[in-house]
Design a protein around this ligand. Structure first.
Ligand code: MRU
Length: 380
């Protein structure tokens, strides 16, 4: 059965609470943009494409309710302004992933266009917004499947040495069904390799400090019954040096790809790219066009979110041996009290360390001059 992290039907949105994973699969209903903002901030939903889709659908659900209660303004411009204000608020939830800002910008254009039609009503603007939000959910899954296929084919043609027919890959953080509308980006490539019977083994990192790898990616790999092994982040170098492991490629997702190819992704990605270069292993970023931000020139222009110190100094989870059905976790301190903490959620991998950017439109490699030309992806 496919893992469905976002359930949406006609104004009713429910998300799997990722803070409860992998212990229990518990869905929470999101009815308003305020609830979505808090769910995104608290990382009950996370992953660049997923937070954009949940934000859009939460506002769609809120507007659905206003229509049902007959409390939506009849005035087209009032509804447009209401939607724009809510979108700006939602974008303030997390700064690094561009997908949320990108979705908000596109939806602003949709409602502005609808409101500018002669004789437009508030209801028409609201429906235009709801339809565009729902279309984003469908398109993201389609794009991910295409990314999966493009990435798998590229790896089989470019990353396997010595006549191998199956790939061994390492991935970081969670980029699967839980991080997107479904299927996933980097994890989508792993799923596609498996569906072609070309996945020898997938390694996933624990992804400290928030453990998206051990809690979420490991959960998805086990759920799909894929041949896989969990390592801690500090084991990556030893893994790449191991001929038995035989890693052919590292595939990661992205929160924002700048115009020059510099990529913001989960903290630890940069270190993996340095290791890949040292070991001659291909390093690939898998991301939909919604993650590519041509208005950001390079990685130094990307704002990196810093998260609370407690994510580093404490761990949370249900007590081993107790039957856990949801609710409060036990908290365990794992650092000396009083120590200073630096907790950036993301880092920047320079384009020089990236071999290819896998998108739904194909895999972009560097030009002979050594640059990524990402503009061409948006042409035609
Ligand atoms: O802090 P998170 O869990 O939202 O970070 C997620 C990542 O870094 C993912 O790799 C990225 O969003 C791509 S998800 C397809």
């Amino acid at each position: 059965m496919t893992l469905q992290a976002i359930k949406y039907q006609e104004g009713v949105l429910a998300i799997i609470d990722q803070l409860q994973l992998p212990y229990v699969e518990q869905y929470i209903q999101i009815n308003t943009s305020e609830q979505a903002w808090h769910a995104i901030k608290a990382m009950q939903v996370r992953g660049a494409p997923a937070i954009a889709i949940v934000a859009a659908l939460a506002l769609a659900s809120e507007i659905h309710a206003l229509i049902s209660n007959q409390s939506l303004s009849p005035d087209a411009d009032e509804v447009r302004a209401f939607i724009v204000e809510k979108l700006h608020y939602l974008v303030s939830s997390r700064p690094t992933a561009v997908n949320l800002g990108d979705a908000a910008r596109k939806l602003e254009v949709v409602v502005a266009r609808s409101a500018s039609q002669p004789g437009a009503t508030g209801h028409e603007v609201a429906i235009a917004f709801i339809k565009a939000s729902e279309a984003m959910l469908v398109k993201d899954v389609e794009d991910n499947k295409q990314i999966g296929e493009n990435g798998a084919k590229w790896i089989l043609s470019n990353a396997l040495a010595g006549g191998k027919s199956k790939a061994t890959v390492l991935t970081h953080c969670n980029t699967g069904s839980l991080a997107t509308s479904g299927y996933g980006t980097a994890l989508g490539v792993i799923r596609s390799l498996a569906s072609m019977n070309c996945l020898r083994h997938a390694y996933c990192t624990e992804t400290r400090p928030y453990n998206q790898g051990s809690r979420l990616t490991a959960f998805e790999l086990v759920h799909d019954n894929l041949p896989s092994t969990l390592i801690t982040d500090s084991m990556s170098a030893a893994l790449l040096a191991s001929p038995q492991a035989g890693v052919d490629a590292i595939i990661v997702g992205a929160d924002r790809v700048a115009a020059n190819g510099d990529t913001a992704n989960k903290i630890g990605t940069y270190g993996l790219a340095v290791l890949a270069k040292h070991h001659g292993v291909k390093f690939l970023v898998a991301a939909p066009l919604t993650t590519i931000d041509l208005s950001t020139k390079s990685g130094s222009d990307i704002v990196i979110e810093e998260r609370p110190a407690v994510e580093v100094t404490k761990i949370k989870g249900p007590c081993e041996g107790h039957v856990y059905t949801g609710g409060e976790f036990e908290t365990v301190r794992i650092a000396a009290e009083g120590i200073n903490v630096w907790n950036p959620a993301f880092d920047i991998t320079p384009a020089t360390l990236i071999d290819g950017i896998i998108t739904e439109k194909g895999v972009v490699e560097k030009t002979p001059e050594g640059h990524f030309d990402l503009v061409e992806l948006f042409e035609g």
